[in-house]
Design a protein around this ligand. Structure first.
Ligand SMILES: [Zn+2]
Length: 134
């Protein structure tokens, strides 16, 4: 029974993440702003909750990822993923978007803020997890 509940819980979280990605890709600007205002703070708080339990202890080990027999030095994989996605990947996406908007502004200034520009597509996300580019 615990396995079933665990699977249901995991599926609900994966589906929620898929839904947020769909909204980011497909929603019009007003809907996107509304979702961003409600969901971004919740996502940030979710990351904080995850990262709190992976804060290094006084010996510099992650208390959550370490076992009695194997100590996991900080930063553990959770912190590395957080950095890759929230800092490194976020900056790469931001810089790509700025370059793209600048190029678009030089050629067609009226189309720089549409939600369907390639700059708003999740190219950085795919680059971070090692999938081939489409
Ligand atoms: Zn950890």
């Amino acid at each position: 029974m615990d396995q079933i509940l665990g699977q249901v819980l995991r599926n609900a979280v994966w589906e929620r993440l898929d839904r947020l990605t769909d909204v980011a890709n497909d929603a019009d600007a007003p809907a996107l702003i509304s979702v961003a205002r409600s969901e971004l703070p919740r996502l940030a708080e979710g990351w904080r909750a995850i990262l709190r339990v992976h804060e290094p202890d006084e010996r510099g080990d992650c208390p959550t990822c370490s076992t009695r027999w194997h100590k996991c030095k900080a930063p553990c994989s959770v912190w590395q993923v957080a950095h890759d996605h929230l800092v490194a990947g976020g900056l790469a996406h931001f810089q790509h978007s700025r370059r793209y908007r600048r190029r678009r502004a030089e050629s067609t200034p009226d189309e720089t803020n549409t939600s369907t520009t390639p700059a708003t597509r999740p190219t950085g996300r795919h680059a971070l997890i090692g999938r081939p580019h489409r």
